[in-house]
Unconditional design. Structure first.
Length: 148
């Protein structure tokens, strides 16, 4: 597992945007952003209130994933909320079908454990949890329109 500074470095320097563009978007100088990624005396602390703007600007949430893994937590992205709010029965059926497919993989794994499949199953479970989180958010924020 990489450390937090390495993950921050990858987020900043692995972005499609330049360090200068990222710094401008989050409101710091480029030299500050360069230094925030360095260890030791040359480096500096990176304030928590800049973390979300940096991740959004870079489109890279690996720092959040790193923090989650260190704290035994999980973050679920919710990219399909708008589609689910349209009462798209197909989307709900797809989520149900995905659950069945993932559970079949899990049962197969426990019947005959093969560590080479463990990562793929973990990723499939994570995708399903993200879909369920999106469904939960769609239900929570759904507003019924008035009928005339």
């Amino acid at each position: 597992m990489r450390d937090l500074k390495s993950t921050l470095y990858t987020t900043v320097h692995g972005s499609k945007k330049s360090v200068e563009q990222l710094a401008d978007e989050i409101g710091v100088s480029p030299s500050y952003l360069y230094r925030a990624c360095l260890d030791g005396e040359s480096g500096c602390r990176f304030p928590l209130d800049l973390l979300i703007p940096l991740m959004n600007a870079a489109g890279d949430y690996s720092v959040l994933e790193h923090l989650n893994s260190r704290c035994d937590r999980l973050t679920a992205s919710m990219p399909r909320v708008a589609r689910l709010k349209r009462k798209d029965a197909e989307a709900v059926n797809e989520i149900s079908g995905n659950f069945n497919a993932v559970m079949a993989q899990v049962l197969k794994f426990f019947a005959k454990p093969d560590q080479s499949h463990a990562d793929a199953i973990g990723q499939a479970l994570h995708r399903h949890l993200c879909e369920v989180a999106a469904l939960g958010r769609a239900v929570k924020t759904f507003t019924q329109k008035e009928m005339f």
